[in-house]
Design a binder for this molecule. Sequence first.
Ligand code: SAM
Length: 243
Amino acid sequence: MRFDIVTLFPAIFDGYLTQSLLHKAIQRQLVEIHRHDLRDWSHDPKHHKIDDRPFGGGPGMLIQAPPTVECVEDIERASPVPARRILLTPQGRRLDQPLAEDLATSPRVLLLCGRYEGFDQRVLDILQPEEISIGDFVLNGGEVAAMIVVDAVVRLLPGVLGDELSNFDDSFSRGNRMLEFPQYTRPREYRGHRVPEVLLEGDHGRIAAWRAEASLQRTTQRRSDLLPDQANTNKHENSPDFG
Ligand code: SAM
């Protein structure tokens, strides 16, 4: 899978792209990440300016349409693989796991990171990108939002995680769309807190049943909006506490 990231601050991604899972995925050629400095498409050869004041007044600056549209067109021409265009904005569709799973099926995703007050509306009118938000709050720029999209998507690509199934049961994921069950590792007891006995007995059927019940109870307590069938909730209210 290929990502093209359009940004005014390509160096923000340096640390993120050179660490951990993402770095390994790049090295193993499971994903390509290309950063593009929007200033390279500036129409101002002297100062490489790409922003200007909004018509009608108001605080802040806007990213201009001509460099942005031409940048996206040039980037798209550089590879024959059609790109899914995404513009990061607090006004977009909220990113969630089904959307990340859907993006992971795309061979190429182009991410447009805003800064200042965002983009001139004609960027949206001409390029017609999908607009994606990472939540109902305002960041200084789209770079962190782009990293979140990349991070959520890359871990879903085949071969990136050691175990193909490890993203199946994660919270919100396609396994059941609920919160994940609690997990434990060694030691078996710590400060009086014991690992539930059923997890130590090696009976895979009982472990699966315990986990399904724990996942359901945790989801009922914390995120009942995720439950597939609200009628299921009542019968678990008196179950033991899974934490
Ligand atoms: N004036 C814009 C508004 O009110 O909708 C906010 C601009 S924000 C300061 C600058 C840039 O940060 C945006 O263009 C966008 O790329 C990015 N950004 C801020 N919050 C975001 C969010 N919740 N999700 C995705 N991108 C965000």
